[in-house]
Design a protein around this ligand. Structure first.
Ligand SMILES: [Zn+2]
Length: 266
């Protein structure tokens, strides 16, 4: 038992108890590509050790699915690799990374604060805005930005030859989607784009592996939040005034989704 689950030939995911986060590893003849690097150097060091259980090949490429700390604060441990991400992933990490880190240190217990204090934020240095295919030796990995959704920097990672797609937090299993930096009005259409290309196994940013049926349901739930927001906006109601008793997500999530969507409507 290594903790890794093989989803296709040489395509693995590791689901960590901490934050229920998923990390991906794709083994190519030219080295390993990993998807996300966890939340701290300490966690990334553990990841580095566990990658050795899969292969002796070096990590040549890292993909950050988006700018959130829990997905990319381990980047520094992969200094020899190309770090890929959306252009906005880099911009946000450069502009807001240190502020987010200070806030995380501030609100954490001492041991955790120390762990965050050690983090050196390393933004992606290989950037894309729409799509890019990477040859990792004997196989192609497609990176795609389908539009704004969970953030404005989300990219999916698809291993073409075995039909596995890493979706980042565009999809979340085991907990509702996270709306804090989201664009709920765009998100359903972005998931339509994902559904066009993700025809097999889908690995969400957190939780268990899912399929297209799950992705379609979550897409429809987010679309429902968007239409609730449009209706509230048309009636001049604020996010706090909407009746969320029958919303597809629990109240705090639903309110946040409504606030973000209504602010998109201006
Ligand atoms: Zn996220």
């Amino acid at each position: 038992m290594t903790g890794w689950q093989e989803l296709g030939d040489g395509v693995f995911r590791r689901r960590y108890e901490s934050l229920d986060l998923n990390v991906g590893a794709v083994i190519g003849a030219g080295g390993v590509l990993i998807v996300d690097t966890r939340a701290s150097h300490r966690q990334a060091r553990e990841l580095v050790r566990e990658l050795k259980l899969l292969t002796d090949l070096p990590v040549r490429r890292v993909v950050n699915t988006h700018f959130h700390w829990d997905h990319c604060w381990g980047n520094a441990l992969f200094g020899d690799a190309e770090i890929w991400g959306h252009r906005r992933c880099r911009e946000v990490l450069v502009e807001r990374g240190e502020d987010v880190k200070a806030a995380m240190i501030d609100q954490s217990r001492p041991a955790q604060a120390e762990e965050f204090g050690e983090v050196q934020i390393v933004p992606p240095d290989h950037l894309l805005t729409v799509s890019r295919s990477i040859d990792i030796g004997d196989r192609l990995v497609h990176l795609r930005h389908h539009g704004r959704g969970h953030t404005d920097s989300d990219i999916t990672v698809t291993v073409a030859d075995c039909d596995v797609t890493f979706a980042g937090d565009l999809l979340e299993q085991g907990a509702p989607p996270s709306f804090g930096d989201s664009f709920p009005l765009d998100w359903p259409e972005t998931l339509d784009g994902l559904l066009e290309i993700a025809t097999g196994t889908i690995v969400p940013g957190h939780g268990d592996v899912v399929d297209r049926a799950f992705a379609t349901t979550q897409r429809d739930q987010i679309a429902e939040m968007a239409s609730m927001a449009r209706e509230a906006h048309a009636n001049g109601a604020s996010a706090e005034e909407v009746d969320v008793a029958h919303a597809p997500f629990p109240e705090p999530y639903a309110r946040l989704a409504l606030r973000r969507a209504i602010s998109q409507l201006g």
